[in-house]
Design a protein around this ligand. Sequence first.
Ligand code: ATP
Ligand code: MG
Length: 680
Amino acid sequence: MNAALADPFAALNDAQRAAVEHRGAPLLVIAGAGTGKTMTLAARVARLVLDGADPNRILLLTFSRRAAQEMQRRCGALLHAALGLHATQGAPLLPWAGTFHAVGARLLREYAASIGLAPQFTLLDRADAEDLMGWVRQELELGSGERRFPLKGTCLAIYSRVVNAQAGVDDVVATTFPWVRGHEAELKRLFAAYVDAKQRQQVLDYDDLLLYWQQTMSEPALAQAIGARFDHVLVDEYQDTNRLQAAILRALQPDGRGLTVVGDDAQAIYSFRAAEVRNILDFPAQFAPAARTLALTHNYRSTQPILDASNAVIARAAERFTKDLHSGRAGAKPRLVTVADEAAQARFVADDVLLQRENGLRLRQQAVLFRTGHHGAALELELTRRGIPFVKYGGLRFLEAAHVKDLLSVLRWAQNPRGRLAAFRVATLIPGLGPASARRLLDAIETAADPLAALRGFKPSAAAAAGWRDWLAAHAALADAPWPGAITLARRWYEPQLERLHEDAAIRRGDLAQLERIAATFTSRERFLAELTLDPPEATSDESDAPHRDEDYLILSTMHSAKGQEWASVHVLNAVDGCMPADVATGHGDEIEEERRLLYVAMTRARHQLTLLVPQKFHLTQQAKYGDRHLYGALTRFIPEDIAQRHFERMAPAAALGAEAANTTPLPAIDLMARVRRAF
Ligand code: ATP
Ligand code: MG
């Protein structure tokens, strides 16, 4: 090793160094955001390798694939520096760094022969799993009873919770899905048949990866064999693991030797996926008396004013174990910016992001965070219009979502009957009309002199007759409809199809309402469709999954997907009640507490600048079945007036409040026609 090299571990503080150098007994590092938990975990792995540990025998479990890659990178950089390797020489890799699910899949494939699993098993993604559940549900004729049986999406959610929380169907229904009470016996029958179907088809769903892994570990000989492969097991974000994952860890390292977990109870935000914050709180007792607990107290991420505001928000939590964060770094107070509505919010954020870029902050050092995917929609469109590249994490990209494309296609087909792509998309949405009939229809339209006559003259099969009549009526109404009334008509025709085709129709309806509002900001249907066609969002961020290293782009992310990350500047959208906490979560005390932690996670992502946006008029779209609702200007309850006064700078820029429009001088009315006439 090159002795002249600076020690890459020199920057560690005492508590971090203790965590890096600790050996043997189980170790818990419990500490607040930005205190270096993830960094310390990476340093610990690097130190272990430098001290002779075999990288093949280190299991590093992270929450996402992205987090695993980041951990590899940090660890690789440390090893690189410590070993004095040239840039071209690769640092030792960590073959067992990944999510619980990814590692589970690999181990199951290796041990398939011993557990009677076909080694060529394939995986079902969430949508596939839902479809299979739906198919089994139909086979068992569960939908046909008098009382409405839960839909396939709900069935899968119940099943998933039963697996991940290691609880009984009765328990899960009583505590989490009380509205399906009375169906327990049928659910059990359904789940048994679902398991059967998966096994017959040799497929596993996501939950099976954990379940089968854990079941494998319940066989002592296999537990022995798998446990013996790893000398060290390290877990990041331990507060968001569930019971099944904790059981797997216990089986891997029964006495906890070589086990290191790090996390922060104040950032537990995944209880809706059966994460169990007790896992981290009970760790010391579980491995008593050997377990060692270390706390990290110094925050290296954020300025003190950002931490003061974040501390104040989490201080009102009902329950909390980690302490206030402190960095001592100077900086400006976070801003609370009042804007008129979501459109003004999008404009303000785009302006602000560009301003910061002018001041030297690259787009990639900036992030915009929101509660759920569709809250980013207006901003996505604004960024696209202005040519600001962005990458979105978490949730579907708005304009790529199937239902958004469907609705746009309805408008496109009404505008241009010969447009084949939109026509095919819409035709196959018509109940009873299959792809073959759709093609026949399209051919007829294409070859006809009068496409509308061909449309009206089309004879569908008997099964599609009623659906076809409805469509023709909608189509005729659409042709003459003013803008933006046309999109309302299109939605009216499309929503029953949405209900029929998508289990999560309620959430998708929210997106459509959002699209309708965006549409209203354009003067005509042609402009709206043209702008979206000429400059589709894909053009600015085609490579959303694998952007070039040198490219600059703004980060858009749900708060959940922002976990563990940091940016120099963070904008948080819609800091209003009804969104934070989400309208759907306002019923239950625990849910509200989780929403508070979510805001805390969002705020503690910021290093130098934090801006919370407060639209005065906020659209509630989650509960579209009760009609679209507006909310007026209530700042989130997590920032009560005293906290707002003390810890934030409040701004209400006139432009963002719409004052500029009121100031425009009215234009004179002239009779141009008369002038032109006079000119001759
Ligand atoms: P979170 O709870 O949000 O996951 P964390 O506790 O995992 O946060 P890290 O992401 O590891 O924190 O670290 C936060 C930032 O502080 C990173 O930029 C990291 O490089 C930096 N950092 C951590 N420890 C030190 C240190 N001893 N000296 C300098 N910088 C540090
Ligand atoms: Mg971390």
